[in-house]
Write a protein that binds this ligand. Structure first.
Ligand SMILES: [Zn+2]
Ligand SMILES: [Zn+2]
Length: 153
């Protein structure tokens, strides 16, 4: 069974009403092997039906996140991306200076999540998050330029 069907069956079971528009949104994100912003989802959905609107996209994505079928990561500066649960736990390193984003698939976040569960009883679920900082290029440039006054706002 393709997982968009699994997703829909799960949502119906949980009492959500799956309209044809929501179905399209679910298919788009379920079949995408990559990250998508709500705008990406809307663009793809529009190729199939013009009746899908932004509100439906947001509501459907929230529904998937709430049910643990998708995860959301806030990359800062208004950029929010979604990935389905099958994408697995991973993190994004976001440079707050140049805005570059690196996706890290093999970061040792398993032990951290395990520790949070043990010590605080906090279950993070399928994880997908972002760490803000400076990328290598920007932090090296910052060090070089440290004595010419800096201040790059
Ligand atoms: Zn940078
Ligand atoms: Zn991600």
């Amino acid at each position: 069974m393709p997982h968009c069907h699994t997703f829909m069956a799960r949502l119906r079971e949980r009492g959500y009403r799956i309209t044809p528009q929501r179905e399209i949104v679910i298919e788009v994100i379920a079949h995408s092997g990559r990250h998508m912003s709500a705008d990406d989802v809307l663009r793809e959905a529009h190729k199939r039906a013009k009746s899908v609107n932004r509100a439906t996209v947001y509501r459907t994505l929230e529904m998937l996140v709430e049910e643990g079928l998708a995860t959301r990561a806030n990359l800062g500066a208004g950029r929010v991306v979604y990935a389905t649960g099958k994408h697995g736990p991973h993190l994004h390193l976001v440079c707050r200076h140049c805005g570059s984003v690196m996706e890290i698939r093999d970061a040792p976040i398993g032990p951290l999540l395990e520790d949070l569960r043990e010590r605080y009883g906090f279950d993070s679920g399928p994880s997908h998050f972002a760490i803000q900082g400076l990328c290598r290029t920007c932090s090296e440039a910052g060090q070089k330029g440290a004595h010419n006054g800096g201040g790059n706002n």
